[in-house]
Ligand binder design. Structure first.
Ligand SMILES: CC(C)(COP(=O)(O)OP(=O)(O)OC[C@H]1O[C@@H](n2cnc3c(N)ncnc32)[C@H](O)[C@@H]1OP(=O)(O)O)[C@@H](O)C(=O)NCCC(=O)NCCS
Length: 175
């Protein structure tokens, strides 16, 4: 990873973090990533998402990680959703793995993934699950030992409205 990048677990998400996380989310959606949002991707939509996420962090439902450059600017993020049904206490979901286009292909995604797996283990999780519509992300997960389960056709829409499949992955942790 670029030596200057640090991964931080956000214990609280304040206005500064909401601005930086929104910058990353907007850039990813405008770059064509299928991550729940459609074009046009407004700042209001992004900020509303991160404010809701901040509440979820405060309730202990999820862990949010931020990759920051030397100036403290957020260039990437990932989440582990730890709150699960009572029959799945050992499982977490990996979600919203996002790296700003200007910071890609330097190992930031790999560092976020490793930190997310560590956070999940620290939270007592032994199984992580995710879905992705990104070929770049699929290669990242496969390289880090995630098992590809299969693809669901027409699962979601790309930001421009084109239907897209999603691919499910899992990883057993700590084995
Ligand atoms: C998927 C995503 C998170 C990957 O982030 P990233 O920071 O680019 O990931 P990495 O840098 O760890 O790896 C990306 C590539 O750069 C390469 N790389 C890493 N460090 C490098 C370096 N120092 N020099 C050259 N290449 C490098 C990796 O080998 C990898 O190569 P590959 O694409 O041929 O497999 C990013 O593309 C993204 O945010 N996409 C849009 C959002 C999205 O779809 N997220 C997935 C949701 S599940």
């Amino acid at each position: 990873m670029a030596a200057a990048i640090q991964i931080r677990c956000l214990q609280t998400i304040g206005d500064r973090e909401i601005q930086g996380l929104s910058d990353v989310l907007i850039d990813c959606v405008e770059g064509g990533a299928s991550v729940s949002f459609m074009l046009p991707m407004s700042r209001a939509k992004a900020e509303a998402f991160w404010r809701s996420t901040a509440g979820s962090v405060a309730r202990g439902e999820r862990v949010v990680l931020a990759a920051e450059d030397t100036a403290g600017a957020i260039v990437g993020t990932a989440q582990v959703i730890v709150a699960q049904p009572e029959n799945q206490p050992h499982r977490g979901d990996l979600a919203k793995m996002l790296v700003h286009r200007r910071a890609r292909r330097q190992g930031v995604g790999a560092a976020l993934l490793a930190a997310a797996e560590r956070s999940a283990l620290n939270a007592g999780k032994t199984l992580l699950v995710l879905d992705t519509a990104s070929d770049d992300a699929e290669r990242l997960y496969a390289r880090h030992g995630w098992q590809r389960c299969g693809q669901i056709p027409n699962y979601a829409l790309m930001p421009d409205g084109t239907p897209c499949p999603t691919t499910i992955f899992f990883k057993a942790l700590g084995s």
